[in-house]
Design a protein around this ligand. Structure first.
Ligand code: ADP
Ligand code: MG
Length: 334
């Protein structure tokens, strides 16, 4: 407050006072400018952090992609070098692991191949022995029985009846021996081709079961261009799967689908054998450790560098799924 003085006389006074609302408005104006600046700063910082962290973590995307490729069975996948030392260490460990996995898988495939080759040779040997020895003896036995029958004529009816029975027994033993030989002998896939060999296999089952089970075989033409060894493995796997469906499943329908797809570097072959039988419990499958069927199949699948899964439930029966690459590499085992 200031007095107004005119010629030494106080005439009045001037009073100045502040308006709180105006002060607040002014202060808020300043503050909002500052806040705007701060918000812009925070936004810039956020973008900066996002870009920097994104850049620093970009290798984790590559690591994740590598792990996924490995999980999908691409064992040739390797990670590049990274600048960050921790990530570089992860990359080294990953590459060592993939290398070891690739070697072990190749060795296992090679061993499985040798094992099934030995099995195939052994089967051929047994088939030859049965054919050259047992079958010849059976034929000789039949002739002997016939000659006894002819020799005694009607003078000894009891001996004659027994020799007739002997001939019949020898004939039925010969039939079952032929079935065993057909099972044991390597299929003539080289001459017939896989498709026809499989059709004959299915036709054989149909004949034996006289329509009690419906078999459906669906194959695709390219199969006849497969290497003989691969074709023999496929034949044996389907042979065992059909035997299992007949022996264990009590099924009405069995379907075999064999098709090629363009997945993977050189394409893949998919085999599915499905039946609508009673299915297998996990215990049944575990018990197969004592048997040879499913294990033999698995060895063949390893030899083909493939994958095998079984699905089973009482509602849907049993399904065997096998996939393997059309072309696969083999490396010697030292
Ligand atoms: N299609 C199927 N349906 C039901 N059970 C099956 C089928 N295939 C296999 N199994 C079960 O799995 C077991 C193992 O089969 P496998 O290894 O071929 O041996 P094996 O035929 O000599 O018993 C069989 O004993 C059976 O219990
Ligand atoms: Mg079996």
């Amino acid at each position: 407050m200031r007095p107004l003085v005119h010629r030494g006389v106080v005439k009045g006074s001037v009073e100045a006072s502040t308006d709180p609302a105006a002060v607040t408005r002014h202060a808020w104006g300043e503050l909002s400018r500052l806040l705007g600046l701060l918000a812009a700063l925070v936004a810039v910082l956020c973008i900066l952090v996002f870009v920097v962290v994104g850049h620093a973590l970009r290798p984790t995307g590559q690591i994740l992609a590598g792990i996924n490729r490995l999980a999908d069975g691409d064992l040739s996948c390797r990670l590049p070098r990274f600048h960050l030392s921790e990530l570089q260490r992860i990359s080294e460990v990953f590459n060592e692991m993939a290398e070891r996995l690739q070697t072990t898988t190749q060795e296992r495939a090679e061993l499985a191949r040798k094992l099934v080759d030995a099995q195939e040779r052994e089967r051929s040997h047994i088939a030859r022995e049965l054919h050259d020895d047992v079958a010849q003896r059976l034929t000789a036995l039949t002739f002997l029985a016939r000659s006894i029958k002819d020799g005694v004529g009607s003078s000894a009816p009891a001996v004659s009846a027994e020799s007739t029975e002997l001939v019949a027994m020898a004939a039925s033993t010969m039939r079952s021996l032929r079935d065993t030989l057909t099972y044991l002998r390597p299929p003539e896939i080289d001459d017939l081709g896989l498709s026809i060999s499989l059709q004959e296999l299915v036709a054989g089952h149909k004949r034996q079961l006289q329509g009690r089970i419906d078999f459906m075989l669906q194959t695709d033409g390219i199969l006849d261009t497969l290497p003989a060894e691969t074709a023999a493995h496929i034949y044996r796997i389907i042979q065992e799967a059909l035997n299992n469906a007949v022996r264990h499943a009590e099924a009405r329908n069995v379907t075999v689908v064999l098709e090629t797809t363009s997945e993977g570097p050189g394409g893949e072959i998919h085999l599915t054998v499905t039946d609508d039988g009673r299915g297998a419990t996990p215990q049944d499958l575990r018990r197969s450790a004592a048997g040879v069927g499913l294990i033999g199949m698995r060895e063949r699948v390893y030899a083909l560098s493939g994958r095998m899964t079984t699905e089973s439930s009482p509602a849907t029966g049993f399904r065997l799924r096998i996939s393997f690459p059309t072309r696969f590499e083999m490396r010697g085992v030292s």
